[in-house]
Design a protein around this ligand. Structure first.
Ligand code: SF4
Length: 220
């Protein structure tokens, strides 16, 4: 009982942190539900200039998918194709991610896909800490709205967002962590698999990680 109460308080504290990071008027509130409104959040992302990445982008990429998804994938940042199309994971890495999603017996539109930063960094570099910090509230709002049961963090930058660890991805992957009461499964980024195409063990590892997720979600 005590444990349950502690968990509840922990979750509530996490929720308070979500909203304190949002600040006043940061996201819209739907009058009917008093919940943050997704279109308003999306509009804010599309016109955001809170960090320097806003200047170099063609399109911000808020994310897409089912707003009631039980499974959410979070990558690092939009790449070239995503920047052009304004959609997440549409290049080669995106095609591979779609295959992984389908192999997990989900349709792409049944899950939610986004990144820790919503604008493409120059030359696809890893987003800087200050950029991640400035963009953080958008992702937290999305998680708060969607409330997935599992988040799959793709690659080190996304995994570091949820799991503060010095471990590299090889050690980190395959083990569930928790973030605000939500299970987080870190695994390799699809673009890493593509860059290391001949290394079939990496693909096998990702598939093992996804099987853990499927088992948790009771997905057969
Ligand atoms: S990366 Fe995030 S914080 Fe920076 S401009 Fe884009 S939406 Fe705004």
């Amino acid at each position: 009982m005590e444990k349950k109460a502690e968990k509840l308080i922990e979750n509530l504290e996490e929720r308070v942190r979500f909203f304190s990071q949002l600040g006043v008027d940061f996201i819209g509130v739907s009058p009917a539900s008093k919940e943050p409104s997704y279109p308003s959040l999306e509009e804010q992302i599309l016109s955001c200039q809170m960090c320097s990445l806003g200047k170099g982008r063609k399109n911000a990429v808020p994310g897409e998918g089912n707003l009631e998804a039980e499974l959410m994938f979070v990558g690092e940042a939009p790449g070239r194709d995503e920047d052009i199309q304004g959609r997440p994971f549409v290049g080669r890495a995106g095609q591979l991610l779609s295959k992984i999603i389908n192999a997990m017996h989900f349709k792409r539109e049944e899950v939610y896909i986004t990144n820790i930063v919503k604008c493409r960094p120059p030359e696809n570099r890893t987003p800087h800490v200050d950029e991640i910090e400035k963009c953080k509230a958008y992702l937290l709002s999305q998680i708060e709205m969607i409330q997935p049961r599992v988040i799959v963090s793709l690659g080190k930058a996304a995994s570091d967002f949820f799991i503060h660890s010095r471990l590299g991805m090889t050690a980190l992957r395959g083990n569930f962590s928790e973030y605000g009461g939500i299970r987080v499964m870190p695994t390799f980024h699809p673009s890493y698999l593509i860059r290391n195409e001949p290394n079939k063990i990496l693909k096998k590892m990702v598939w093992e990680d996804m099987q853990e997720v499927m088992a948790f979600l009771d997905k057969k």
